[in-house]
Design a protein around this ligand. Sequence first.
Ligand code: BG6
Length: 522
Amino acid sequence: MMIELGHTDKNAASADGVIFFIFGATGDLARRKLFPAIYSLYREGKLTERFAVIGLARRPRTNDQFREDVFRSIGEFCRYKANHDGNWRAFAEHFYYMSLDINDAAGFARLNELAGNLEQTFRTGGNRLFYLALAPELFGSVSSHLRAGGLLDNAGWHRLVIEKPLGYDLQSAETLNRQITQVFREDEIYRIDHYLGKEMVQNIEVVRFANAFFEPLWNNKYIANIQITVSETVGVEDRGGYYDRAGALRDMGQNHMLQMITMMAMEAPSRLSPEDIRDEKVKVLRSLRAYASIDEVRTHVVRGQYTAGEIKGKPVPAYRDEDAVAPGSETETYFAAKVYVDNFRWAGVPFYVRTGKRLPVKSTEIVVEFKKMPDHVYFAQKTPLEPNLLVFRVNPMEGIYLKMNAKRPGSQWAIVPIAMDFCQSCEVGLNTPEAYERLLHDAVRGDATYFTRWDEVALAWKFVDRIEQAWNAGAGELHFYPAGSWGPKASQELLARDGFKWWPVQGQQEGEVVWAAPVTGM
Ligand code: BG6
């Protein structure tokens, strides 16, 4: 029997009707993620027929052309395929397009008229979801035009969905937030961190709080360290302009990595409501130890940038030679850090995080390394005992891995590590809902659990700003690493100093023993 966890606030508006306003409808995010997500929700019956989509961008398009764009995007990126049959036609009829210059206030009044008509046609109940797939500099003016154009005056709920980068530092994030909160209430704002939509990230709280054999051990008495790796094979693709200004710490650290720390470290919420869960996450962010000095940043945080190298046998250029990247750029494409969560549960347990572009494999994993068992006469053997590991495989394969010690069959006392490997994606296929699908559905249902609240965003920026400031003050030595390697040596040293090492992630091949199943040492 499947037990449903009741995250949803029962009082939240129901999902029985909605208009999606997609700003940036001709852009990459809409094409790769949003249209496919809407189609999957439709195919799964998670959207009733009472919905409409208004695509908005400056470029002129007819409704038919827009529907063709949507059709193509689904063909390319959706886990369900569409063909030009009845099902597709019925779906496509919900899609409308309007060319809109977002500086043109009068255009918003026309948009309101169109929305009013569609509300009648599709009986959407006046519920409006505004998805801003736009540069953040535009969030403020779009919000105020929405208000001035009367789009927020009708009955029904209004929700704003926005994406990172939510600012460049705390100050700019505050400015951005002030602009949108002049129009929308905090509980109407849904800030996407797509890592929170990932199946295995959501699974962390279930594995932790629904298993008697983990929760009692989930603290500094039994856990030696926690390691979070997000390794990517891609470079900066066509985002050089954005990335060169941001760097890995802002691009991945401020959001996804810190969010994963909060999921691992938070206390059990008193109720499964979005606010209670987010309150617990905020407590973790408040407990992050701020590095006390520039020297501390220097020893606890490693910066790297890739040089030319090879990925899967193919030569790739250096970061500095990528499009739209400054030739002498000092931006980091890699960072590793040792982070402490200073509270009763976690005092003394390092959280090691690392992420980088142009590493050898695409893999996101969270490893919990348990403390070693005391040496005991029975265990005295040639090789020391391996610690127990619990691994959350987040991406691209999803699963849970447990490494234990057991007796080698047929031997007297030889102890070998064995693997209990649950491959969720092998069981249910890679067809599990994509992060955007789940998050969009949550936003329509009014469940904000897996969206970041403003106080989370602000605390995350505060933590990141201190590192950036120390880097600017001279603690940011840039270590170069060849594309296709595991990043700067300094990152290995970060753990070696504490007597630890990075555990290999799935797919890693360095000619070393990979401890994944089948059992090693037999
Ligand atoms: C995004 C970053 O938020 O996450 C990208 O801006 C990064 O630089 C991406 O590539 C990684 O996401 P995923 O889901 O592919 O691990």
